[in-house]
Write a new protein. Structure first.
Length: 258
């Protein structure tokens, strides 16, 4: 048992040391920079989440009301063009409901609660608006959330990561060249900021890249001024549909060549 405890402590120490090493800075000359990229895109699909719930002393009656709300909502979703594979309904959840009675100073039985959750994804803003115009919410049918989404988000995030890497490299080269130094190899790369203390308080570093929804593949790279303000104004149509903001940041420690 003692040997096992020592082994576990040793593994914990190694894990902590490894994590610290990832975020540590090298003892030799180096440059620490971060690269970042931002994207602001107009969403092309929307996801809605709804709660269907009924409470009744008769469990069968509560279930029947929930199922009636569900079938009506499903019909309304299909009427605006939502595909079956874009609709998800959870199974029934049944539990006992109680409330606190101030006069009796105790919890009293209210009934049996029956609940289902329904979510659906719309292919456009117009379909969502048509559904919202038809659906009637109540105590037994509520909308818990509506979220904007981008169908090409994985590809956009991949592009942002490439721009973050390019941003960090460019920043490091500019700094090294300004001081008459040359970049060496890469010491570490991480999504987490390294732990450091140079004896001065770090400031806010400006962003280098941003993306807007105008160029090829729906995105266009814009240069950002040192102050961080955009050079190009956002397209006016985006204010009607709203924006989704994406950001990627990567921290890189470059060694300086001798």
């Amino acid at each position: 048992m003692k040997l096992r405890t020592l082994a576990l402590l040793g593994l914990a120490f190694i894990s902590t040391a490894a994590q610290a090493q990832v975020n540590a800075l090298p003892p030799t000359r180096h440059i620490l920079v971060y690269g970042d990229a931002q994207a602001r895109a107009v969403p092309d699909r929307y996801k809605i989440a709804m709660q269907l719930e009924a409470i009744d002393a008769d469990p069968a009656a509560a279930q029947a009301r929930v199922e009636a709300h569900l079938q009506q909502t499903l019909a309304q979703l299909k009427a605006v063009g939502v595909a079956d594979n874009e609709i998800v309904a959870t199974s029934l959840q049944v539990d006992t409901r109680r409330r606190y009675d101030d006069k009796l100073r105790q919890e009293v039985f209210v009934g049996t609660g029956v609940r289902r959750t329904l979510s659906a994804r719309f292919g456009g803003k117009e379909a969502l608006e048509r559904f919202l115009a038809k659906v009637k919410t109540s105590e037994e049918l509520t909308i818990s959330s509506v979220a904007a989404e981008l169908s090409s988000e994985p590809e956009l995030r991949r592009q942002l990561r490439e721009k973050s890497i390019a941003s960090s490299r460019e920043k490091a080269e500019v700094i090294a060249r300004a001081y008459g130094a040359r970049l060496g190899g890469v010491y570490s790369v991480s999504d987490v900021a390294p732990q450091f203390d140079y004896g001065v308080r770090e400031g806010t570093w400006p962003a280098l890249y941003a993306w807007s929804g105008n160029g090829r593949d729906g995105y266009q790279l814009d240069r950002i001024q040192v102050t961080g303000s955009r050079i190009a104004q956002a397209p006016s149509t985006s204010f009607q549909a709203g924006y989704i903001d994406f950001q990627d940041k990567i921290y890189t420690v470059f060694l300086l060549a001798d």
